[in-house]
Design a protein around this ligand. Structure first.
Ligand SMILES: CC(C)(COP(=O)(O)OP(=O)(O)OC[C@H]1O[C@@H](n2cnc3c(N)ncnc32)[C@H](O)[C@@H]1OP(=O)(O)O)[C@@H](O)C(=O)NCCC(=O)NCCS
Length: 224
């Protein structure tokens, strides 16, 4: 069951005080009560805090849903070979305006809590997300993240991965988060270790990136 103290991670936009939204508050409260009646506390929390509004206010950054206004920042920060070389090929390079628009459109269609922007100084400078697995692996999700090179080595991703993983492992049904890191990416391994992930092994020659077949190191964090 989730720890209610984690609610301090979420903040709501000030416009929610508007009387125009009284109706929505009532509806959420009703949903909260219904969820409590069926003894699903996690569902109850999610009912009163719609995921579209999930925001994690951390010391170094804010994690919040992607917005269409992020397009310029996204192009500026994602169009970087040093980011691309460490992620899947579906992350485009070069990263064009069309790529950014396509991503922001797709992000609107995904469950909002599975893809969040990392905001620093009012600008989206990276992303973090979960890819829930299916079938018998539906208790697992793969975590993915990237950050603008301009922001590296400031502890930002360690905070982001830690907070997001803490939250994700409190979602009902998720018991395992994992990441498979290209063997040439020690910074990512370090981030995962600092966020409580354990190295589980080496997936030898399991990927090809930039024309090179490479090992990946499997990291995972499971529910206690
Ligand atoms: C990996 C990445 C997310 C790290 O983000 P970040 O905000 O710079 O990370 P942090 O500052 O929180 O921590 C980085 C840690 O890696 C360490 N590190 C950095 N480069 C390193 C290297 N070459 N060898 C060993 N450790 C290294 C840092 O010293 C730091 O650890 P420390 O706090 O113990 O000193 C960022 O570099 C990135 O986006 N890279 C490209 C995309 C990517 O790799 N995504 C992950 C795919 S699995």
């Amino acid at each position: 069951m989730p720890d209610p103290s984690r609610l301090k991670n979420y903040s709501m936009p000030t416009y929610l005080g508007s009387p125009y939204l009284a109706f929505f508050f009532s509806a959420f409260f009703l949903a909260f009560l219904c969820a409590l009646c069926v003894k699903d506390f996690d569902l109850a929390l999610r009912a009163i805090i719609p995921t579209a509004m999930l925001t994690f206010e951390l010391d170094a950054c804010i994690l919040r849903p992607w917005r269409s206004q992020d397009v310029e920042a996204l192009i500026r920060h994602a169009d970087n070979r040093n980011v691309w070389i460490n992620v899947r090929d579906r992350f485009p390079h070069p990263y064009t305006r069309d790529d950014a628009l396509r991503w922001l459109e797709l992000a609107q269609t995904l469950p909002p809590d599975t893809q969040l922007a990392i905001e620093v100084d009012g600008e989206a400078v990276g992303g973090i997300g979960l890819e829930p697995q299916t079938d018998i692996e539906r208790v697992s999700a793969e975590i993915g993240f990237w950050l603008s090179e301009a922001c590296w080595a400031r502890g930002i991703m360690t905070q982001a991965v830690t907070a997001y993983s803490d939250w994700a492992l409190n979602r009902s049904g998720l018991f395992r988060l994992y990441a498979s890191v290209l063997a040439w990416n020690p910074a990512s391994m370090r981030v995962l270790e600092k966020a409580g992930y354990q190295r589980e092994g080496c997936m030898r020659k399991s990927a090809i990136k930039d024309g090179r077949v490479i090992d990946r190191i499997l990291y995972a964090r499971v529910c206690d």
